[in-house]
Design a protein around this ligand. Structure first.
Ligand code: MOS
Length: 694
């Protein structure tokens, strides 16, 4: 017998990689479902008002059209926490692009044509879609997304600012951004009596099943989600969206399976976006760089339907020590679609502002920006006073500085040239919280020596399936090829979504627990498996609840080198280098890939991404990838990510923190700080377009 290599910690390639690149992997829209019809949404062309009437006559006259649906003829739904899901339940219109009717036809093309033939008569009321810093209706919510308080205040901030020798007071803005996954949202809805199966592009099969059962007034378990493969989500598939509900309503109405594919154009108004922000950051410091006061005030928007307030200043509460502190979220409700989670919601825009302000403070102090961050390192969580389970930001900064070649950097802006290019470098830091949620996993030993492990996880391109297979194989003490990980289905039990960077910790905990129990059981029988197999389940609810109350965060330091065309203002990012601590890394290859992907998204956020609000029509003007720019291959040059070893015994038994979102946090600030270093121009508004640099 050869010694079995441990799978955890190995650079295992993606288990489903071949299936994906050969087209064998099925995505939501591709499941072979017999006798299906096709649904197409009709979207409101007004931003605020009411539907007076829907005339489906022209649509129904087309051959192949089976039904025209509107709020008068679809099933009544039960109200849930998310009013966005009350599709066709009212004639009220809260935003342009809201679903006001739908058609069902025998082909995709006919459905598209028929939707255009539906006549909707509107009562139009004036709308307001512009986020303004002086909006008199803006308010401070008690709690914001993920349960953070809307306002935190301690010490005497005003006196601290009045008496500090050095202060910074600057306002930063970030635009609305779109999640823009490669696979647009798609659903196939199949009813069998009162049981509903949804093949759905989905980050959270179990949570979606629960939400849809509640919405349709069905017992728990009657809705089943299938999401074996998901072509990216970036937050937009973390909770169910209106098109999924529409597919289920349509299938119910026509008594046949219904397929619904959201077009790329429709994506921009139907599946949420990141809120724009207006953020005022004030920092006060002693001459030695020690912060005496931090104030961060973030204005954001939500729809009139629901109060979604992103936790934009939450990351600021963790970052630096300072005796006087005030962090506030403000929210304005406008006639816009409801924003939601997009790629490190809160942390990504929040750390752009704070980490830009830290750079401005370093400038004002004449102090190295790496050193400024090191001297403000807190011993405990500055807000709660709780110890960190582990915190290695300083190690990230030092390692990053060494690898990047930071030492000896001339801090004076605008002094380095390469022909027409101005050269600069910048640094920023960031953190992302460690979320862990309970999950259930099942492990089954077969008489032939193979194992099947089931959990309602989702692999949205992260490598989750591969990582969980590694965890299971190690606990079972077998080679990877003996273990099959079945994921992506709600029937496998409760599990959180692939979001909040919590998959590895939450699903991994349940998989390791059940596999360890199965291995122990097999030890008792010397490995003998009964002919019918041996199956165990485990749930981590009690384990998760028993965790000590500590501050748990991953940290990162980001370094950027840019060149800026002195004539045109064009910015190129020559190099990004990030050093991170995220506990134990299960699979260095996929973890690196996650972190580098996040850094590319940060680059994209810094230079390109912006939904353009059209005040006249009340919608976003960009509805495709020609006008909504994301970083392309040609934008991305040298991107390096390193994880420092971090032992943390106060996490889950695997010792993991999660790497899904950490890579994007701070990247945009590092780029903006480098642009300042190159040019002397401080760009406080994202994205950093040509006209903002010149
Ligand atoms: Mo992610 S934006 O937490 O789904």
């Amino acid at each position: 017998m050869t010694t079995l290599e441990r799978s955890v910690g190995a650079d295992v390639t993606r288990i489903e990689g071949r299936d994906k690149v050969t087209g064998a992997a099925l995505y939501a829209y591709e499941y072979p479902v017999r006798d299906a019809l096709y649904a197409w949404a009709v979207q409101s062309t007004v931003a605020r008002g009411r539907v007076r009437g829907v005339d489906g006559g022209g649509a129904l006259a087309l051959p192949g059209v089976v039904a025209v649906l509107d709020s008068g003829n679809v099933q009544r739904l039960h109200p849930t926490e998310d009013p966005e899901l009350s599709v066709l339940q009212s004639t009220d219109i809260a935003y342009r692009g809201q679903i006001v009717a739908a058609v069902v036809a025998d082909t995709y093309e006919t459905a598209c044509q028929a939707a255009a033939a539906v006549r909707v008569e509107y009562e139009e009321n004036g709308h307001d879609v512009e986020l303004r810093d002086d909006d008199p209706n803006a308010f401070v919510p008690d709690t914001v997304n993920a349960g953070y308080p809307g306002l935190r205040e301690s010490g005497d901030v005003d006196t601290a600012f009045a008496t500090a020798p050095v202060t910074v007071d600057a306002t930063y803005t970030t635009p609305p951004e779109h999640a823009a996954p490669m696979e647009p949202h798609a659903t196939i809805a199949v009813w069998d009596g009162d049981a509903l199966t949804l093949y759905n592009g989905d980050q959270g099969p179990w949570m979606t099943a629960e939400a849809l059962a509640e919405l349709f007034g069905l017992p728990r378990g009657s809705v089943r989600i299938v999401a074996d493969h998901v072509g990216g989500g970036f937050g937009s598939k973390a909770v169910p969206r209106p098109p999924t509900v529409l597919a289920a309503l349509a299938a119910r109405a026509v008594g046949r399976p219904v397929k619904l594919a959201v077009t790329r154009q429709q994506m921009f108004s139907m599946v949420s976006y990141r809120t724009p922000t207006v953020q005022r950051v004030r920092l006060a410091a002693e001459r030695d760089g020690r912060l005496t006061a931090i104030s961060h005030n973030a204005l954001q928007q939500s729809s009139r339907l629901t109060e979604y307030c992103e936790q934009t200043v939450a990351a600021t509460r963790i970052m630096y020590a300072a005796p006087h502190r005030r962090t506030i979220h403000r929210l304005a409700q406008l006639d816009v679609p409801t924003p939601s989670w997009v790629r490190a919601p809160g942390e990504a825009p929040g750390m752009f502002a704070l980490e830009s302000a830290m750079d401005e403070l370093a400038d004002a102090l004449g102090m190295d920006p790496v050193r400024l961050r090191v001297v403000n390192e807190p011993a405990v969580d500055p807000e709660s006073g709780r110890p960190f389970s582990s915190r290695n930001l300083v190690a990230c900064l030092r390692e990053g500085a060494a690898r990047f070649g930071w030492e000896g950097r001339d801090p004076v802006p605008g002094r380095r040239r390469d022909g027409r290019w101005l050269l600069g470098s910048g640094v920023a830091a960031g953190n992302y919280p460690v979320y862990t949620m309970p999950a259930t996993a099942t492990a089954r030993a077969e008489p032939d020596g193979s194992f099947v492990v089931r959990i309602a996880a989702a692999d949205i391109g992260t490598g989750a399936r591969t990582m969980l297979t590694q965890v299971a194989a190690d606990e079972l003490g077998v080679a990877l090829d003996r273990v099959t990980l079945d994921i992506g289905r709600s029937v496998y039990g409760n599990a959180p979504m692939a979001g909040g960077s919590m998959g590895t910790s939450s699903w991994g905990w349940a998989v390791s627990k059940v596999c360890r129990a199965l291995a122990e059981r097999l030890d008792e029988t010397s490995g003998a498996v009964p002919p019918e197999g041996l199956e165990l389940s485990a749930d981590t609810t009690e384990d998760v609840q028993a965790q000590k109350k500590l501050a748990r965060c991953s940290f990162g330091a980001q370094f950027a080198a840019v060149r800026v065309d002195a004539v045109t203002g064009q910015v190129r990012v020559d190099r990004l280098l990030g050093v991170f601590t995220a506990g134990r890394i299960i699979n260095p290859r996929t973890a690196r890939s996650q972190l580098r992907g996040g850094m590319c998204m940060g680059l994209s956020m810094a230079l390109h991404e912006m939904l353009d609000v059209d005040p006249h029509y009340g919608d976003f003007a960009n509805h495709d990838f020609a006008t909504y720019h994301v970083a392309a291959n040609a934008d991305v040059r040298d991107v390096e990510a390193y994880c420092l070893e971090e032992e943390d015994g106060e996490l889950n038994p695997l010792g993991t923190k999660g790497v899904g979102e950490l890579g994007i946090v701070g990247t945009a600030a590092a780029v903006a700080n480098a642009v300042h270093h190159a040019t002397g121009v401080r760009v406080r508004d994202l994205p950093i377009t040509l006209e903002r640099v010149r």
